[in-house]
Design a protein around this ligand. Sequence first.
Ligand SMILES: C[S@@+](CC[C@H](N)C(=O)[O-])C[C@H]1O[C@@H](n2cnc3c(N)ncnc32)[C@H](O)[C@@H]1O
Length: 313
Amino acid sequence: MSTTLPDYQNDTAYHRPVMLRECLEGLDLQPGGRYVDVTFGGGGHSARILERLTTGHLYSFDQDADAEQEAQKLARPQFTFIRSNFRDLYTALQQRGALPVDGLLADLGVSSHQFDTPERGFSTRFDGPLDMRMNAEDGDTSASDIINEYSEADLHRIFGMYGEVTNARTLAATVVAARRGQTISTIAGLKKAIASVTPRGKENKYLAQVFQALRIEANDEMTALQEMLTQTAQVLRPGGRLVVMSYHSLEDRLVKNFIAKGKFFGEVEKDLFGRTNVPFDALTRKPVEASDEEVALNPRARSAKLRIAVKNE
Ligand SMILES: C[S@@+](CC[C@H](N)C(=O)[O-])C[C@H]1O[C@@H](n2cnc3c(N)ncnc32)[C@H](O)[C@@H]1O
């Protein structure tokens, strides 16, 4: 299916949607269909999905209060915004009588708006509180809680695993030494505390990795993703489309394994007759990546990996 939609030029001040055309094609949109966007953000993808619906309906999730505010701009009978973590996907849709659905889109990670708001604490470019919670109201752990309260072993684990920080052990020890007798509660405070182990000339890349690790942990992103993906098998009708875009290798590996094997780790399970029970068929063996043209306009698209699958009959 091809569309005449403009794609990467459809940005809003809130967020510029990545691989818009590819995502919409992946969803195989039908005007009367029922769709879910589990990561509304600035509504870049949601707005375009809605444009295509006549009798259909779109349910969009986001756990962020600013996204909820933004969603009011799209108010119309075909649209329902759900302020919730996407780990509650099945229940939230069931409560609204919205099952099964024809397609589900997930555009993981944070929005440009979250990233560019200094008080949210996501970006190394500003000073601000060490927060990084996407849903600042639900009492989840903030980045500051992690820095000040986690054990050295846990800090080592998250810096290594979620940030792929090469000197994760030294970094964890440095944080633990720096927090003795004081609380590290700001971005500037953290940068100063770890300056001695931040590689010269590679500060930006290094800090981005450290911040990525804190963000993933603060929002429990890996668990939420696994819980949401597991529920997609119950939420999508047979023949329905699963469209997931991720921005780092750990996420993409979970998505890839889930589509290929129906599970996140280990091998495909077979019954006594050698039959498998994998709920999806991949429509893209390799992940789709953004065009050079899109990446030139939107550097955030560079790391995006899009995977599309169809629910088995
Ligand atoms: C990359 S942005 C989505 C951008 C959107 N596709 C657009 O083009 O405007 C990701 C959004 O998903 C939300 N999000 C991330 N993880 C979530 C989760 N577990 N539950 C609900 N929302 C989540 C974030 O708050 C953020 O607004």
